[in-house]
Design a protein around this ligand. Structure first.
Ligand SMILES: [Zn+2]
Length: 255
C-alpha cells in the first residue's frame, strides 16, 4: 500500500504569494521508501506540522519535475534536513538537467555532495527510487524543462500530470493510470500562449479520453479557487461519469 499526502494545492503566483492554499509539495510513502515530490515554498514547515510529523531525515529522496519556484523552492532545505546538514551522506535527488546545470539551476552546489546520488530525469525513461519504480512522461510544453511522472505501486499506477500546455501527444504518456493527479491551474483558457498551463476544458478532454479510476485536480490558480474547486470537480464528475475530486491541503490518498 502507498500513502500519498498532497501537502499543498497552490498553483499560481498569487495563490502562492498570498498562501491562499499551501504551496508545499507531495509526500509519498510506499514499502519503506519515502519521497517528496516538487517541494514548493513551505514544504519543510508543512512536513514538520503534520501529525505525526513527516521526518525529513527519513526521506529516501526528492524528485523535481521542473525548476519553477513553486515546485523547487524547498529542495535545498530538504537536502540539508535529510542529510543532517551533510553529516550523513544519503538520499537521492531526481531532477531534469535544467535544475542542475546552466542559468536556471536551483540546487545549491555546496549541498550536492551531501546526497548519495543525483539522477538526471529525461523524457520517457524508467527509474527507481528505493522501492518505488516510476517513469517520466514525454517532455511537457512548459516554460521550463518539465516531465510528468507515473509511479508504480504494486499493480496500481498513479500519474502526476504536472504543469503543461495541453497538446494531444500528452495523452499517451498517462495511458493506464489508475489514479491521475492533474495540475489544473486555470478555470478558463488564457488568451496568451505564453501561459503554459492546463485549464478545466483541457482536464475534461484528458479525462474523457484516459478515463482513470479516480482523478484528482490540484495546483489551483486564482480563477480555479474563485470557481470553487469542489463544485468544479463534482460537476466534471457528473458530466464524465468518473470519480473526479478536488485536492485540499493535507489530503491523503491510500493506493
Ligand atoms: Zn511551472
Amino acid at each position: 500500500m502507498a500513502t500519498i499526502k498532497i501537502l499543498g494545492t497552490a498553483g499560481a503566483r498569487f495563490v502562492v504569494a498570498k498562501q491562499l492554499r499551501s504551496s508545499a509539495g507531495t509526500y509519498i510513502e510506499h514499502d519503506g521508501t519515502r519521497i517528496v515530490l516538487d517541494p514548493g515554498p513551505g514544504t519543510l514547515v508543512a512536513m514538520a506540522k503534520q501529525k505525526p510529523r513527516l521526518a525529513v531525515e527519513k526521506l529516501s529522496g526528492i524528485i523535481l519535475t521542473h525548476a519553477h519556484l513553486d515546485h523547487s523552492n524547498d529542495v535545498n532545505i530538504l537536502i540539508d534536513g535529510l542529510t543532517e546538514g551533510g553529516l550523513k551522506r544519503r538520499g537521492v535527488l531526481f531532477a531534469p538537467r535544467e535544475c542542475l546545470q546552466g542559468e536556471s539551476a536551483v540546487v545549491l552546489k555546496y549541498l550536492r555532495p551531501y546526497l548519495k546520488e543525483i539522477r538526471i530525469l529525461e523524457a520517457e525513461k524508467e527509474y527507481k527510487l528505493g522501492n518505488i519504480p516510476f517513469r517520466t512522461s514525454c517532455r511537457h510544453y512548459h516554460t521550463a524543462e518539465t516531465y510528468g511522472l507515473v509511479f508504480k505501486f504494486g499493480k496500481k499506477q498513479v500519474g502526476f500530470l504536472v504543469d503543461t500546455l495541453f497538446f494531444p501527444g500528452l495523452l499517451k504518456s498517462y495511458e493506464g493510470c489508475d489514479i491521475l493527479i492533474l495540475n489544473v491551474v486555470r478555470y478558463k483558457p488564457h488568451p496568451s500562449p505564453n501561459v503554459q498551463h492546463l485549464c478545466l476544458r483541457d482536464a475534461e478532454e484528458i479525462l474523457s479520453k484516459l478515463r482513470p479510476e479516480k482523478a484528482i485536480l490540484t495546483h489551483f490558480g486564482m480563477t480555479m479557487l474563485q470557481a470553487r474547486p469542489n463544485q468544479v470537480a463534482s460537476k466534471l464528475s457528473r458530466k464524465l461519469r468518473l470519480d473526479v475530486v478536488a485536492a485540499y491541503d493535507g489530503m491523503s490518498i491510500e493506493v
